[in-house]
Design a protein around this ligand. Structure first.
Ligand code: F6P
Length: 327
């Protein structure tokens, strides 16, 4: 027998991303708009297991649309990977009468929810919230735009000092398995080279490119390196290049978690708002076990399995543009 959705639980999980609060706000207010009760589960699956669950109202999510981080806090839960952990989480949902879930996070979050859905059948939907922009089924994930703007702003500042001192900087940006942030920073920041896991640039090719810069009288240069680079991180590359280079003075900057914080851009706030409304409406319309996404400006739904088994490929056009413009 199908139970009507009456109480919706919302949580954020995995790495935080700017715009998650705007998504929480949209989920809470849309649920209330459709006369459903809504509960915030803190620290993702950890809070579900611990029973850390609070009822939310329209005013609970006031004054958060502009705030980075997540008011619900987040975690990567080891216990939820166990059957016992998931059973505890299910019991806590039942105790609170929660009969539907909205998760905001990345692929780890979705994988957990997929297993949970298969085991307990709680109607669930995901909203893509990660700075990496690495999820299939959506053109953009919440937080990617803000993180990339933050990184480009930092790169512009590094450029000022690089030029003043005639230096070569290796700048590492986030993206565990994905070069989305890096390739866009490379183009927008005017890098001489961008190293991403999806490309197959070799060390020799990179060094040849940098040598060429020296020969053609480049005074300073920026190399953007994605965290997931297969030929080494910014420190490794800088060390290896300094062993053969006697032209550039070399420095390294790792941008790190700086990219995860800060006020979300207008783009991320609007994206999060659209996806939050879309997720609740999707859930109520029976789009269970799916992720809401935005494709060509339209709300779309894709099954968990499609999302988990695919990735958001880097468009080859971006790679081509980056290469043409870095001569
Ligand atoms: O998935 C988002 C992300 O910021 C990645 O780009 C990065 O590799 C990872 O999270 C870092 O995770 P943590 O904050 O747990 O160190």
């Amino acid at each position: 027998m199908k139970t009507e959705i009456s109480k919706i639980g919302v949580f954020t999980s995995g790495g935080d991303s700017p715009g998650m609060n705007a998504a929480i706000r949209a989920v809470v207010r849309t649920s209330i708009f459709y006369k459903k009760e809504v509960f915030g589960i803190t620290q993702g699956y950890e809070g579900m297991i611990a029973g850390d669950i609070v009822k939310l109202g329209a005013r609970s999510v006031g004054n958060i649309i502009q705030r980075g981080g997540t008011i619900l806090k987040t975690a990567r839960s080891k216990e939820f990977r166990t059957k016992e952990g998931r059973k505890k989480a299910f019991d806590n949902l039942q105790k609170n009468g929660i009969n539907a879930l909205v998760a905001i996070g990345g692929d780890g979050t979705f994988t957990g929810l997929h297993v949970f859905y298969e085991e307990f059948g709680v109607p669930s939907i995901c909203i893509p919230g990660t700075i990496d922009n690495d999820l299939a089924g959506t053109d953009y994930t919440i937080g990617f735009d803000t993180a990339t703007n933050t990184a480009v702003d930092a790169i512009d500042k590094i450029r000022d000092t690089a030029i003043s001192h005639n230096r070569l900087f290796f700048i590492e940006v986030m993206g565990r398995n994905s070069g989305y942030i890096a390739i866009n920073c490379g183009i927008a920041g005017g890098a001489v080279a961008t190293i991403i896991p999806e490309d197959n640039m070799t060390l020799d090719e990179l060094f040849a490119k940098l040598d060429e810069g020296g020969k053609t009288n480049k005074k300073s240069s920026l190399v953007v390196v994605a965290e997931g680079s297969k030929i080494g991180g910014a420190f490794d590359l800088a060390k290896k290049f300094s062993e053969r280079n006697n032209y550039f003075d070399i420095k390294v900057t790792i941008l790190g978690h700086l990219q995860r914080g800060g006020t979300p851009t207008y783009f991320d706030r609007v994206l999060a708002s659209k996806m939050g409304v879309g997720a609740v409406e999707g859930l109520l319309n029976g789009n269970h076990s799916t992720m809401v996404g935005v494709r060509n400006n339209q709300i779309v739904f894709n099954g968990f399995e499609t999302i988990i088994n695919n990735r958001h490929e880097i468009d080859t056009e971006s790679l081509r543009i980056a290469k043409i413009l870095s001569i």
